[in-house]
Design a protein. Structure first.
Length: 239
């Protein structure tokens, strides 16, 4: 770590899959939304929702749809695919807003995340960077103990660019007051979004990934450090 002028270095943390448990929040939000609309609410529907949602998010990343369309069209597609007999009598706008409300309430932390970020806040300045919808991510972070520990929250929906795009990392560095990128460690669970984007922006990177995931072969995706859980992060940052 490079320290500049006695100022604390920054840690730039991805939220979902790194410190927040998005899988659980999403599963509970999908089940709650479907049950409230008297639609089948089970693991199969959650799996189908995830497939449909992933297609819409990759379309959004390609610029082939908008965040506003994604909100309702993912539900329209799920209904047509899984329960076509209900297509005519489901209020898609109501489903979409119920889902966002459920999801926004799902501020589940991953194990050790609160303790680790609290510990890091003693030696580092904390910033968060996340690909997602502002009205989902802002309340989720706000409802967690992580909110008070961070100084910056950058959300792709608000910036108009998603990781790994250079624009979102530039927005984060601006919000941090333009520190030397070499003093800002990017920590995340996604090689393509967090590690590739962080590296391209000149940030040292830490990849959080289960041990069974193979190391990336592409040098552009290779992090400075890899850890299996967030609990190992303070040790890595102490170097
Ligand atoms: Mg993530």
């Amino acid at each position: 770590m490079v320290r500049s002028g006695g100022q604390s270095p920054w840690v730039l943390l991805d939220l979902d899959g790194t410190v927040l448990d998005y899988d659980r929040a999403e599963r509970e939000a999908v089940l709650g939304t479907l049950a409230a609309a008297s639609l089948p609410a089970d693991g199969d529907m959650v799996a189908r929702y995830r497939q449909v949602n992933a297609r819409h998010w990759s379309a959004l990343e390609r610029g082939a749809t908008t965040a506003a369309r994604l909100r309702t069209e993912r539900w329209a597609e799920l209904i047509v695919e899984a329960v076509p007999e209900r297509e005519g009598d489901v209020d898609l706008a109501a489903l979409a807003s119920a889902y966002v409300a459920h999801l926004a309430a799902g501020a589940y932390l991953l194990p050790d995340a609160a303790e680790v970020v609290a510990e890091l806040a003693g030696t580092h300045r904390i910033a968060y960077i996340t690909n997602g919808l502002a009205d989902v991510q802002r309340p989720r972070l706000a409802a967690s103990p992580l909110a008070d520990l961070g100084e910056v929250l950058i959300i792709s929906d608000e910036v108009g660019a998603a990781k790994p795009a250079a624009a979102i990392f530039q927005a984060a560095l601006r919000a941090m007051g333009e520190p030397d990128p070499r003093t800002v460690t990017m920590v995340g669970d996604s090689l393509s979004a967090d590690i590739a984007g962080g590296r391209a922006a000149g940030l040292p990177t830490v990849w959080v990934a289960p041990a069974e995931q193979p190391d990336p072969t592409d040098p552009a995706l290779r992090p400075e450090h890899r850890i299996t859980t967030i609990g190992e992060l303070p040790g890595v940052l102490r170097g």
